[in-house]
Design a protein around this ligand. Structure first.
Ligand code: BEZ
Length: 405
């Protein structure tokens, strides 16, 4: 459907079409024409996620939980079998155009799920958003631009914007009584946007950032940076690393003798899914994130049991984002009677999506297609996240530059 007519698609006509489609399927057992003619009864899910390198754990967690959510239904998406077409993004921005085009133009996927990396997300959004592409679901990458200036009617996110978990973290650091801080992060969109957000909240609340340290992505040689931190003696350090890099940074920080002198803070990616591997070095680190493993809602308990049974390990925030990405597609596809060609109807369904019982707690889709969600304050204790409270309730990204918002 051309972009103009998607946008013009009224909720009333959507409801009429949906009712008709559901009725036809129920009464006649007919397949909606758009996929009967296409010749494929399977829903094709293109996945562009990292399965190698420092973010491999993130990509695997998202994929596992996506598949789990499909299996927790009847193993189909709205009655249609599912075919997964995964590509390892290798976290490569230069390879992102060819990988995206392969999934969209060659594989002709119905839905595009990815990526983890903010730089790749911006490339994908530019290719998919302004054209009649498949609906793209971002299950991690926090690029502010994707739900800001690059926002588009066919792009949705089930994770966070980089601003969201970082801004409350800066306030927590100030509330804990710290007056000076150093930020340290990988030098690309995610790191810079998270540090900007944390820094502005810290400074709005009376703190002063005395140095911003940027480390080339995905380098994990931190010795010179740690020596600089030791010499400058800030009250606290605010950091973004994730996956394998977060394990190395937190361990190196402790080994350099800084852990007990200068407390570490950051968006929750610093310890999420890796706190066991970080061991004693992670104990006591306070972070802010839209999930905590010990949330007591029943959806989280059920999700954790099912994930453990399926994979023999506990899920993390990346799993939750993948799980909700599958739920977003399943719910919308169910509403349109399984017709993946009904782009306008699917967009309407996803735009109004509400998740009253996500493992992270209730959230809903903003006008810019980004989750409006709680940000929790957690602390690592005994190798696990301990929920300390809600740092920001129902936090909505400002979506600066998004014309839909
Ligand atoms: C990002 O690039 O957007 C990102 C990667 C890992 C964790 C969080 C954000």
């Amino acid at each position: 459907m051309p972009k103009e007519s998607r946008k013009g698609f009224s909720r009333r006509s959507f409801l009429q079409t949906t009712a008709a489609a559901v009725g036809a399927t129920a009464v006649g057992g007919l397949m909606p024409a758009s996929f009967a003619i296409g010749g494929s009864s399977k829903v094709r899910i293109g996945i562009l996620l990292p399965y190698s390198g420092t973010y491999a754990m993130l990509g695997n967690s998202i994929t596992d939980a996506f598949k789990l959510r499909v299996q927790m239904g009847d193993g189909t998406i709205a009655g249609r079998e599912v075919e997964y077409i995964p590509i390892d993004s290798e976290m490569s921005v230069p390879k992102a155009p060819q990988n995206t085009k392969k999934l969209v133009d060659k594989e002709k996927v119905d839905f595009l799920v990815g990526p983890v990396h903010s730089g790749i997300a911006a490339v994908m959004a530019k290719l998919v958003g302004p054209r009649e592409g498949p609906i793209m679901i971002v299950p991690n990458a926090g690029s502010n631009a994707v739900t800001g200036p690059l926002c588009a009617d066919n792009i949705f996110r089930t994770s966070f914007s980089n601003w969201q978990p970082a801004f409350p973290g800066g306030k927590v650091m100030a509330d804990d009584g710290h007056k000076t801080a150093i930020t340290i992060a990988w030098k690309y969109a995610a790191g810079m946007q998270m540090m900007d957000a944390g820094k502005s909240a810290f400074e709005q609340n009376g703190g002063k950032v005395i140095k911003d340290i940027q480390v080339p992505f995905p380098n994990v040689e931190f010795q010179a940076n740690l020596s600089e931190i030791a010499a400058l003696k800030p009250d606290a350090v605010f950091a973004f690393f994730s996956g394998g890099g977060a394990v190395k940074f937190v361990k190196d920080y402790a080994a350099a003798g800084l852990k007990d002198k200068i407390p570490l803070y950051g968006p929750g990616f610093l310890t999420e899914g890796v706190s066991k591997a970080q061991g004693a070095a992670a104990e006591g680190i306070r972070t802010t994130l839209h999930y905590s493993g010990d949330l007591e809602n029943s959806a989280n308990q059920a999700f954790r049991r099912a994930y453990d049974k399926a994979y023999g390990k506990m899920p993390n925030v990346f799993s939750v984002q993948g799980y909700d990405a599958a739920a977003l597609i399943i719910n919308a596809m169910t509403q349109v009677g399984g017709d993946s060609g009904a782009t306008g109807d699917l967009i309407n369904a996803m735009s109004g999506a509400k998740f009253p019982d996500s493992p992270r707690g209730a959230w809903h889709m903003s006008a810019a297609h980004n989750p409006v969600q709680n940000i929790y304050l957690r602390e690592v204790r005994g190798g696990k996240q301990k929920l300390l409270g809600i740092a920001a309730k129902d936090l909505e990204d400002p979506a600066k530059g998004c014309k839909m918002a």
